[in-house]
Design a protein around this ligand. Structure first.
Ligand code: UDP
Length: 318
């Protein structure tokens, strides 16, 4: 197949492109490079079946040649990034999704939207099932991300209903692994970087909020299975192993052998108190569940960050 991937130079996008090219597909990657990085996709730069175009998908563009599948991953995804780029985030989720859907419609290609657990906002139902409608503050600082993804889901369903487009929607929960940006502000790279530097680990609030972390290869496997399915409604993809952020800090200290202290900082506004996917739908429909345990996934991620360029890094921790 000839597959168009928006957000191809992002963390998840680049892993997905690796997988699709390895499976024999031809991939056209699009990225605005607002948060994506060329280094993420350098391994595919000279591949005959891979092409990377700098393109902000919220702007008009032409993409010649037939397209079989459109995978729309483009969006800032770290709270730090979308808080810095709220309008670009809203544009990518709205205008960008519209343009990617139109591209799919042009060739009657199949379409997959990567949505987010943020659709559930600060959830009042726990764990979160796809049938939960969410608890989102529409005017809070995170709304640029949450609402643009909710709008993107609504738009995707409208294209399916009006045009009969074959669509899929993945609701992705916290995902981690190599190629996350050290300074993107998310808790996984933040704690690993702090631990490796010997700096204090900055826990926001009292650290009792929970998250559930999924390793990137598991997530990519889930996306590929969803692509092959006929499920039109959203499917949660994430790892149901839940922990508090305080516990997560301890885990990182242990695994890096760091003596960094844990310090507490103000909890960001509207930070969800708890998050854990109910993945029974993905299990039932896709036969999918995560395979990589937290320790194994973190070991690979810590190894990656140890070797990542870190100008001020002063040496190995004990
Ligand atoms: N967090 C933290 N310290 C950090 C970065 C994040 O305690 O240096 C917390 C954050 O407040 C949230 C959780 O870790 O409760 C996960 O944050 P992240 O930005 O990774 O993703 P989110 O799940 O909020 O989108």
């Amino acid at each position: 197949m000839r597959i168009v991937v928006s957000g191809a130079a992002g963390f998840i996008g680049s892993h997905l492109c690796d997988r699709l090219v390895a499976e024999g597909h031809t991939v056209v990657g699009l990225d605005s490079f607002i948060t994506g990085r060329r280094e993420n996709i350098a391994q595919l730069a000279d591949h005959p079946r891979f092409q990377l175009l700098q393109q902000d998908v919220s702007q008009p563009f032409e993409l010649p040649g037939p397209v079989d599948y459109v995978l729309h991953l483009a969006s800032p995804a770290s709270p730090k990034d979308y808080l810095e780029h709220p309008i670009a985030t809203l544009d990518t989720g709205s205008l960008g999704t519209r343009r990617m859907l139109e591209l799919a419609l042009r060739d009657r290609a199949r379409f997959l939207l990567t949505s987010t657990s943020e659709c559930y906002g600060d959830p009042l139902e726990h764990p979160q099932k796809e049938t939960y409608w969410g608890n989102v503050n529409p005017v809070g600082p995170r709304s640029c991300y949450d609402e643009s993804k909710r709008f993107a889901e609504a738009l995707t369903m409208a294209y399916h209903r009006v045009h009969g487009l074959e669509t899929n929607i993945a609701r992705i929960f916290n995902t981690y692994g190599p190629r996350m940006q050290l300074d993107d502000g998310r808790v996984v790279p933040a704690f690993i970087d702090q631990a490796l530097r010997g700096d204090p680990l900055t826990v926001y609030g009292n650290g009792s909020q929970t998250r559930s972390f999924c390793y990137v290869s598991d997530l990519v496997e889930g996306l590929c299975r969803l692509m092959d399915s006929g499920e039109r409604y959203p499917v949660n993809l994430g790892n149901p192993r839940e922990m508090t952020i305080r516990e997560f800090a301890e885990q990182i200290r242990r695994m890096t052998g760091s003596r960094s202290p844990v310090i507490f900082r103000e909890l960001p506004e509207d930070d969800p108190r708890q998050r854990r996917p109910d993945i029974s739908k993905a299990r039932r429909l896709l036969g999918w569940e995560p395979k990589v345990g937290l320790e194994e996934g973190l070991r690979m991620t810590i190894e990656y960050f140890r070797n990542a360029p870190r100008p001020a890094y002063t040496g190995s921790p004990s």
